[in-house]
Design a protein around this ligand. Structure first.
Ligand code: ATP
Ligand code: MG
Ligand code: FE
Length: 336
């Protein structure tokens, strides 16, 4: 089965062709990062307009690079939510048009199910059941993938998503947008033990996250130093922040594996590109005899290969859409 994947939920215009959910034939990503950088974040209006300008070219390139023709496709899978409504609509409309013109089935995909499915591409032996830590720009979930397309959520963030905290701290210390990768780079020059920022204790729900406390602690430390006209060690702040967040994420992920007796653990979403997080997860998993999976870096952040991979399993479960399907900006992750 050859699926075209389309992803336009945020600021990447992406299309990919994936065979049987696991083999990537092409993966085209047109990033708008440079366009939004001067505004310090994604501007929805600019995002939708740019998706419109790029989408046809990106799709054509994906099909061409896959070495196939449009008629060879078995179906079109597309991100229907969550995300920016105007941005999503570009992908959804395009997918509907292609599906109608080619007479191929349309497969709706949840963006986060896509992030999770990025693991299927990188690892042939990554199969449910497994625990997955989803840490992206808008989500922080700790969940169990019981079967393809069947998940159970055990933990979520009470406030900021992990990636959002990275972005906010990066902006506050003057690193600009997009913050995650820049903060990681800066942290390499710093001492992770320079500051011991607080970690939220969640007595009642040990799998939940909260990142607003550590974020505020970093900002307060910055402001305190500035008020005293002392030099701010940005690298130390970054390293200590990253140490705090990656420790919490990896600890809780391992805890859930142990509590459920599950011996496979995966990570997904933009923050899973973070080297420190990957390192900690790998180390802790190894110690507990847990197999650890992580997507290739390019598949951690938004792409369409992951959407086609997730689409393949939706296909197998018979989840198709008709032309009444819409863009759903706050689509929630359904358990079942
Ligand atoms: P969502 O997937 O929740 O809808 P999104 O699509 O905007 O949000 P992703 O593309 O999955 O988010 O990931 C982007 C996020 O990942 C940003 O917050 C970014 O700062 C973070 N990120 C990317 N690379 C790294 C890194 N190396 N270290 C830490 N964070 C990173
Ligand atoms: Mg993005
Ligand atoms: Fe994403």
């Amino acid at each position: 089965i050859l699926l075209l994947g389309i992803e336009t939920s945020c600021d990447e215009t992406a299309a990919a062709v994936v065979k049987n959910g696991r083999e990537v034939l092409s993966n085209v990503i047109s990033s708008q990062v440079a366009l939004h950088a001067e505004f310090g974040g994604v501007v929805p209006e600019i995002a939708s307009r740019n998706h419109l300008e790029k989408i046809d070219e990106v799709i054509r390139l994906a099909v061409k690079e896959a070495g196939i023709g449009f008629s060879d496709l078995s179906g079109i899978s597309v991100t229907v939510g969550p995300g920016l409504v105007g941005a999503l609509l570009v992908g959804v409309s395009e997918a509907k048009a292609l599906s109608y013109a080619l007479k191929k089935p349309l497969i709706p995909v949840h963006h986060i199910e896509g992030h999770i499915a990025a693991n299927y591409i990188s690892h042939a032996d990554c199969q449910p059941p497994f625990v997955c830590l989803v840490a992206s720009g808008g989500h922080s979930h700790l969940l169990l993938v019981e079967d393809y397309g069947k998940i159970k959520i055990f933990g979520r963030t009470r406030d900021d998503a992990a990636g959002e905290a990275f972005d906010k701290v990066a902006r506050a210390v003057g690193l600009g947008y997009p913050g995650g990768p820049k903060l990681e780079k800066m942290a390499k020059e710093g001492n992770p033990d320079a500051f011991h920022f607080p970690t939220a204790k969640m007595e009642d729900s040990p799998y939940d996250f909260s990142f607003s406390g550590v974020k505020s602690a970093v900002l307060n430390e910055m402001n305190r130093k500035k008020m005293l006209s002392e030099e701010v060690h940005v690298a130390d702040l970054c390293a200590s922040f990253q140490e705090n967040v990656t420790e919490v994420l990896s600890e809780k992920a391992i805890l859930l594996c142990k509590d459920l007796g599950v011996s496979r653990l995966a990570i997904a979403g933009g923050v899973s590109a973070n080297g420190k997080l990957r390192e900690k997860m790998q180390e802790k998993a190894e110690k507990e005899g847990i197999s650890f999976y992580s997507p290739k870096i390019i598949l951690c952040t938004d792409n369409a290969a992951m959407i086609a991979a997730a689409g393949y399993y939706e296909w197998k479960n018979g989840n198709f859409a008709d032309y009444s399907v819409n863009a759903y900006p706050s689509l929630s992750l359904t358990e079942g």
